[in-house]
Design a protein. Sequence first.
Length: 359
Amino acid sequence: MKSDKSLILHIGCHKTGTTAIQQYLMRNQESLNEIGWHSFFIRPDGTPSPRGNANIWVDFQGKGEEFSATVNKALYKALSKQNCNTILSMEELSWLDNKEQIAELQGELSKIFSNIQVVCYVRRQDQHLLSHYQQSFKGPHSSARSFYGSELCIMPKYKAHFDKYLNYAEKLGLWADVFGKQNIHVREFERNKLHNGDAVADFMHYFLPDHTFSPDQTRPTNESFNCVQSIICHYIREQREELWYELGRTGFTNRATFAYPVTPKFNQQQSVELMSNYFEANVKLKEYLPDLSPEWTDLALLKKQTEKYIDGGEFTKADYEASLSAIIKFYDELTISRFIKIKWSRFKESIGFKRQLRY
């Protein structure tokens, strides 16, 4: 007999404060337990994810228009061991664009939980693509990199398969058909639309109101790369992907050496060109978000809002010069022990040593 347990299924989208929400849930497990909730972030090997999410349970295949996501079926057995109400936050689920897959997910989860509420945050498509594409430079195995491509640019040209992710109305329609529209909760990721202007505060206020929210800024969240970080990581992976691991993964580019005051920005033309593909779809999105910001569906308003974006749209000569200076400074500051460690990693790779992936 199915237990009387509830599930909050937080499916993203990417770049809408998901990392901050997940880390908050992870750090506040004790207080969540006191109100009968538990955040699930156990990995397939039984260890907790240090990131506080369950994304590793989603697998990916293919690239570009052939890109697809599947849920590891072992997830359901792991979830069945939960003995209380559960929060499952995994933004990689937002890649699911196949109704049969979503139906299978719902069917398995319904064997474990009697009440399932699906939570999704959406970000205006031009803003989302800018941030999500830059995310792809952070790691060689990024799902965004496989989906959007790996060209060094601020924002890629629109391709038809982008609709699989960015046509929120169509995607939410699939989830609503399976889980029931009354169980789909959509929030707009816009500061003036979020509770207290914060994604974590918003999530806790609307979906876990019994929890006493206490802002916690002790750890950095998943911030977007600046221009120097994007350029350097791109060329490292173009020349020799393993070097990124040898240099220290994200710990390498997070060094003060690579601090740079300029972040990637789109220009108005890029914004309008991309959004022209989604104005009609966003009208349908109002079915889930009646108070959707008007520029999502109005070209004139969008142009007025983005008229300040006259700069941006591409990396500049100054960005490349700063990148070259930063990498030289990095090597100048290397200690002997760190240099030897990098060279030792390179030697092991050259004789066939296989790096173990860590999640």
